[in-house]
Each structure stands twice: as C-alpha cells, then as structure tokens.
Write a protein that binds this ligand. Structure first.
Ligand code: ATP
Ligand code: MG
Length: 273
C-alpha cells in the first residue's frame, strides 16, 4: 500500500480506496428485494466502482445472485420478485418508469454460471446482440465487431477458422469465453458475472480470470464467486453477504486481511458457508 492511499483511508469515512479514486458506476441505496413474502435482500446500500472488478461473496442463499440480477433488471422476469429502493447506473435510476429495459441490458450485460451459447454458429452468437440493437452498419462492420469481440474475449485464435460451426460444439471454457464475447459485442459498460467459472476446469478458469483482469481496464465488472481465492485474485472491491444483508464491503486486500465483522472473518477463514 502506498503512503498516499494509506492517508486516504485514515481521512475517509470507510470509503474503499478503489472508490476514492473514481466515481461509482453503480450505486444502490436502501434496496430491498422480495420473492413474495421472502425478504431476500435487506436494506442494501453499496457503491460499485467503474473500471474495476467487484466480487460478491457469501454463503449459498445469502442473496448474491438476487442483488446481481437487480442491476440489469433480470429479476423483472421472475413474477414474484419485487425490488424497492434506488439503483442507479451513472447516477440514473434504472427502475425509472420510462427506462428501456432492452437498452439497459445492452449497457449492463450478464454472463451466467453455465455457459449458454445460442444454438447458432459462433459468428451468429456474437452478431446476435449488435443485430438486435442495430449497431452494425453492414456486413463488413459486423465482421469487424465479431472479430473484435472474440479477440477481446481471447477466443479469436481458437475459432477464427470455424466461425460458422455451432457455438455449442466448443469446450466449456471456450463456450464461456464465447458468452463473454457475446456480452461484449454490444459495447456494454457493466458486465455482471454470476459464478462464471464454476462449470470450468482450473485451466479454463485461469483463462477467464486473466480475461476479467484485462476487461477491467474498460468495464465495470461484478462477479459472484464461491472461491475466496478467485475473489482475492481478480477483484479490487469485495462485498460479503450474509442472510440477505450486505455485512461488509471494502477494498479486497482489507476484507481478506483485516475484516471488521466477525461474520466476514468466519466466512473467509472457512468457518461457515
Ligand atoms: N426465483 C425465486 N423464487 C423464490 N425465492 C428465490 C428465488 N430465487 C432466489 N430465491 C431465494 O432468495 C434467497 C437468495 O437467493 P440467491 O439465489 O440470490 O442466493 P445466492 O447467494 O446467489 O446463493 P448461491 O450461492 O447458492 O447461488 C434464497 O433464500 C433463495 O431461496
Ligand atoms: Mg447465486
């Protein structure tokens, strides 16, 4: 830790250093999320930095996916789910009545636990989003978007000779990178990843982690993970959830070396969860 950042911590009122350096991309204030009677997220407030990786950790069922999905309104697809409070991206209310949800989901992309390429060619998987959103100005432009997205997802070299083969024919790790390329193709600003490596072997996991590390130069990335090592390796901010409550959030180094809350301490040292 540099002398400069150390001073910042002392003066700040528990604002993580990573946030002290930049405006938050996503802010949540007093967010409650219910599934019918079930109160899954309780009065949650958090700031999520841009151009950095934030990790959500915590035991199964504590609400990580629920909160993650609320950031691009994927919860809208669950009829019993109700979200109250404020969630803003770039200081704009994403639950505003006149907000276009399709547009929001292009800005706030999502990568799921199980790689889920469409039953289409590799090319079409990546071209799908730009086509719906009309962002390509012709075939050459679309080819360019597809190539660029696959390169950024560090998959291009492996698939450039078989762009017309089905995406489902790739290995699990390649499929997950294809899903990342698909998310990137529409030029998102935020990428939400819900346990993106849990179906992958250690080598494929390492590649995705490298990729996440590169992508953070350009995107706000939020990753849910059950792996403490992964959170420590890839994230700069860590948020620990327990029973629907955001117990503690801070710079990843601090959360893993000097957590303030006993529940965080117990979780990261493997005492529960
Ligand atoms: N579609 C749903 N309908 C009803 N309850 C749900 C639904 N999805 C989640 N829940 C409940 O909300 C709570 C939080 O679930 P969530 O999936 O967000 O947890 P999680 O932290 O992502 O867990 P895991 O680590 O196992 O993925 C749990 O009690 C869960 O049973
Ligand atoms: Mg989950």
């Amino acid at each position: 830790m540099s002398a400069q950042t150390a001073t910042k911590v002392e003066t700040a009122t528990a604002v993580p250093r990573i946030l002290g350096e930049r405006a938050p991309k996503v802010t949540a204030r007093n967010v409650d999320i219910y599934y019918g009677e079930k109160h899954a997220i309780k009065s949650l407030s958090v700031d999520i930095p841009d151009r950095a990786v934030s990790a959500f950790i915590g035991p199964s069922g504590c609400g990580k996916s629920t909160f993650l999905r609320s950031i691009n309104r994927m919860n809208d697809t669950i009829p019993s789910c109700r979200v109250t409070g404020d969630i803003k991206v770039d200081n704009k209310d994403i639950y505003a009545r006149d907000l276009d949800v399709v547009h929001l989901r292009a800005r706030v992309g999502m990568v799921f636990q199980k790689p889920n390429p469409f039953p289409k060619s590799i090319y079409e998987n990546v071209a799908y989003g730009p086509r719906i959103h009309g962002t390509a100005s012709g075939k050459a432009d679309m080819d360019d978007i597809v190539e660029r997205s696959l390169r950024r997802a560090s998959l291009w070299d492996e698939v450039k000779d078989r762009l017309n083969s089905p995406g489902t024919g790739l290995s699990g790790g390649q499929q997950q990178r294809l899903c990342i390329a698909r998310a990137i193709a529409v030029n998102p600003e935020v990428i939400l990843m819900d346990e993106p490596c849990s179906a992958l072997d250690p080598i494929a996991t390492a590649r995705i982690e490298e990729l996440i590390d590169e992508l953070k130069q350009n995107y706000c990335i939020v990753i849910v993970t059950h792996s403490m090592q992964q959170a420590a390796r890839v994230s700069q901010l860590t948020a620990f959830f327990h029973l629907g409550i955001l117990v503690e959030v801070g710079d990843t180094d601090d959360i893993f070396t000097k957590p303030k809350d006993k529940r965080t301490q117990d979780y990261i040292t493997g005492r529960f969860g």
